[in-house]
Design a protein around this ligand. Structure first.
Ligand code: ZN
Ligand code: ZN
Length: 423
């Protein structure tokens, strides 16, 4: 049973759905009174296994499968056998306000959370959900295009500022050469952001500044890359420009989610995505819509849409072969005309259940039903609350500028005395 609520438009009777982090948030210890300028954030109680919620929020279970029309983050308890997928970014490398680059958050009823890709701009949508960042520590990367990894350092620093006190764990494929793999990407990102990381190290929890990389063979076929706590994640190759692009499946509690990454229609996907509850795959603009969108010739657009990516009719063919409970398309800015062009293309080859995701589309999955809604978030959302464990996590020592720089402080301003927070 597929339910589509809210802004979605049901097109057929079969239930076809159409579907800040703080920059430079610190100073340094003020030598004069010896009080840190970056004391621990106020912490909130966290019950065992549950997410810490932003202050003022309570979560209730969804009863009898009756979901509110919109998804208001931190107001719904995920059922013990339920999966929730939130599209954090569904667009193109040239982002718009409505559609930033690719990222998906998968939350499970056992408390685990996983990110698949972290494209540019997607962290704004992640932060708007105000999640418990102590649990957002696992990222799986399909390939190293900027629209799939551009917010990696934003995630690392932003989550470290906002509740994550353990290392960020990242998985991704090798490339044809060592410098084209995920490990080189992380090493080089750390070098590029050395100044930022150096300055924050010591002020924030020491372990939260660490990144643990797992690089696996991009050619491996449906082999396990992650297996913990009842969750199994596998990878297989994708066909996309260079070697070193992959797709993933996540299996837990009898549910299977597939994240396609970017790919030309390929036999691995058809084989290993089979039986998925949610099979997501790129659904690119067809050539005739892509050409005017980018101002390209029809030849250029045909090459990109049908040789590098997957055009809608090809997406439909793939899904007709995979036969998931619910197909999910992404990787387009869904303006009305683009939406129409993609949907029409898919419907020439696929008549199963389908959602074309927009940013902040939310999909709840249980064995009995799949519910598709849109999240309703505050554009000015505060950062989330942090746990006591985050506040108690060891920090070494805050950094500060050299004496020769501090000597330039203007005598015309005296900062207010630091409050005594020990009372
Ligand atoms: Zn790509
Ligand atoms: Zn892409």
């Amino acid at each position: 049973m597929i339910k589509v609520i809210g802004k979605r438009v049901t097109l057929t009777a079969t239930g076809i759905a159409v579907a800040i982090f703080g920059a430079g948030l610190f100073g340094w210890s003020d030598k004069d009174d010896g009080v840190s300028s970056l004391g621990p954030k106020k912490a909130f109680a966290q019950s065992a296994g549950r997410d810490v919620l932003p202050t003022g929020r309570t979560a209730s279970p969804v009863t009898d499968g009756v979901y509110p029309a919109s998804y208001f983050p931190n107001t719904e308890e995920l059922g013990p056998a339920e999966m929730r997928i939130v599209a954090l970014g569904t667009g193109m490398p040239n982002q718009t306000k409505a559609a930033v680059s690719i990222s998906f958050l998968v939350e499970l009823g056992n408390g685990d959370k996983f990110l698949f890709d972290v494209g540019m701009g997607s962290m704004g949508n992640l932060f708007s959900l105000r999640p418990d960042f102590s649990k957002i520590d696992k990222v799986f990367i399909s390939h190293l295009h900027v629209d799939h990894v551009g917010d990696f350092m934003g995630l690392h620093i932003g989550s470290w500022l906002s509740g994550r006190y353990t290392p960020l764990r990242i998985w991704g494929p090798t490339g044809a050469k060592p410098e084209l793999g995920i490990k080189a990407f992380v090493d080089n990102s750390k070098l590029a952001y050395a100044w930022d990381l150096e300055g924050r190290t010591g002020a924030l929890p020491d372990d939260g500044g660490k990144i643990e990389v797992t690089e696996f063979d991009y050619m491996q076929e449906n082999e396990v890359v992650y297996q913990e706590n009842g969750v199994t994640i596998r990878s297989w190759p994708a066909i996309h420009l260079l070697d070193g692009s992959v797709s993933y499946s996540l299996e837990w509690n009898g549910l299977k989610y597939v994240f396609g990454g970017d790919t030309y229609p390929n036999s691995w996907y058809v084989k290993y995505a089979a039986g998925a509850d949610i099979a997501s795959h790129e659904a690119f603009l067809p050539p005739k819509a892509l050409a005017p969108y980018f101002g390209w010739t029809l030849g250029q657009a045909t090459y990109v849409s049908t040789r590098v990516h997957t055009e809608p009719a090809a997406f439909g063919k793939v899904m007709s072969a995979v036969k998931p409970r619910h197909a999910v398309g992404y990787h387009s800015v869904l303006s009305p005309e683009n939406y129409q062009a993609i949907l029409e293309g898919i419907r020439t080859t696929y008549d199963g259940d389908l959602t074309l995701t927009r940013d902040l589309t939310v999909i709840n999955v249980t064995k009995d039903e799949i519910v598709v809604r849109e999240a309703s978030v505050d554009e000015y959302a505060l950062p989330p609350s942090v746990t006591k464990a985050y506040n108690d996590a060891p920090r070494s020592k805050e950094k500060k500028p050299s004496e020769k720089i501090l000597a330039g402080k203007w005598k015309g301003y005296t900062p207010p005395k630091m409050p005594d927070e020990k009372k």
